[in-house]
Design a protein around this ligand. Structure first.
Ligand code: NAP
Ligand code: ZN
Length: 347
């Protein structure tokens, strides 16, 4: 066992605080990663505050992990000491399920999430707000050489969470795509959809980030607080990806879709989503959900980002600033992802 230093939530109502815990000794198929940076996802906040009702404490959040390989087990073939690597939202998955070859392991039972989960032997998993992590080789990603490590960290969750539905619903030339919410996930959606060749519209609460949105690659930008947006854009989009976790008027957004258009939820609101049949039936519209992506698709996304020079817009923080950063994310006061510099925990 090696001692790890991190920051943990000890219960849903307390701020995160320094926390020391044990990481397993590397097995033959494990990679030991010296964590350099970890992104701050809104899901970290939902779970640290038990907003999904499934939290176990103490919890070291963090699933946008990048770092350098410190050691490898004897059977590891794809990584060596010194490699630039990443770890996303899960660190193991079903090994017996017949469907595991579909490269959709994020949807299979037996998924072991990076934190707030448990290994097969019951050991709680702890995430990337820490100095190192030990992960099975099959769940470790390669970070393209041309991408800076700090700004690449958010690709491991925010990046893949938008890349996967954009690919699945075939965003590309001739397709009109709207991204709802210009936060951590949303700003990656704009960059990725633009790089795929789609015509991209941001639907944000106000126009306060319009200049940024257009610079990130959006072709159009509208305020959802303005009711005219919903009359002007009625029937416009092939695909709308909603990154918002709040209660919004789902029927109003469905009415922005063309015939056969899809509204895909990636944000996870607390309450059920009320949808009127008339928002779907007269235009054969669909409403769907999407969760992160497989390991294969995550590597494909990282390589795509390498080819297109895509990284996240980040604000780097020290570990001890995490509680303040959480407050700012909740207030939508982030441009556009906080990334923790892990040197600050080692000092
Ligand atoms: P974020 O950075 O806080 O972005 C959310 C955006 O939603 C905000 O920037 C804001 O955009 C908009 N928003 C906030 N409050 C709103 C309100 N009351 N009404 C309308 N819009 C509002 O969060 P994130 O890290 O991108 O995560 C977003 C959601 O996705 C979270 O629920 C997270 O748990 C979930 N998530 C899902 C997956 C998955 O696999 N499906 C993966 C990661 C995260 P504007 O200021 O532009 O309006
Ligand atoms: Zn996340």
């Amino acid at each position: 066992m090696a001692i790890a230093r991190g920051y943990a939530a000890t219960d849903a109502s307390k701020p995160l605080a320094p926390f020391t815990f044990e990481r397993r000794e590397p097995r033959d198929d494990d990679v030991v990663i010296d964590i350099k940076y970890c992104g701050v996802c809104h899901s970290d906040i939902h779970q640290a505050r038990d907003e999904w009702g499934n939290s176990t404490f103490p919890m070291v959040p963090g699933h946008e992990i990048v770092g350098i390989v410190r050691a490898v087990g004897s059977q590891v073939t794809r990584f060596k000491i010194g490699d630039r690597v990443g770890v996303g939202c899960f660190v193991d998955s079903c090994t017996t399920c017949a469907k595991r070859d579909l490269d959709l392991e994020q949807y299979l039972p037996g998924l072991v999430v990076t934190y707030n989960g448990a290994e097969a032997d019951g050991t709680p998993t702890q995430g990337g707000y820490s100095d190192h992590i030990v992960v099975k080789e099959g769940y470790v990603l390669s970070i393209p050489e041309n991408l800076p490590l700090d700004a690449a960290a958010p690709l491991l969750c925010a990046g893949i969470t938008l890349y996967s539905p954009l690919r699945h619903w075939k965003a590309g030339p001739g397709k009109k795509v709207a991204i709802v919410g210009l936060g951590g996930l949303g700003h990656m959606g704009v960059k990725l959809a633009h790089a795929m060749g789609a015509e991209v519209t941001v639907l944000s609460q106000t126009l306060s980030k319009k200049e940024d949105g257009l610079k990130l690659g959006a072709d159009h930008y509208y305020a959802t607080k303005d009711p005219e947006t919903f009359t002007k854009l009625a029937g416009s989009f092939d695909l709308i990806i909603c990154t918002v976790a709040a209660e919004i008027d789902w029927n109003a957004y469905l009415n922005l879709l063309k015939v056969d258009g899809d509204l895909v939820l990636v944000g996870i609101p607390e309450n059920p989503v009320p949808v009127h049949a008339f928002s779907l039936v007269p235009a054969r519209r669909s409403i769907s959900g999407s969760m992160i992506g497989s390991i294969k698709e995550t590597q494909e996304m990282l390589d795509f980002c390498g080819e297109h020079g895509i990284v996240s817009e980040i604000e780097t923080i020290r570990m001890e600033q995490i509680n303040e950063a959480y407050e700012r994310v909740v207030r939508s006061d982030v441009r556009y992802r906080f990334v923790i510099d892990m040197e600050s925990i080692k000092a």
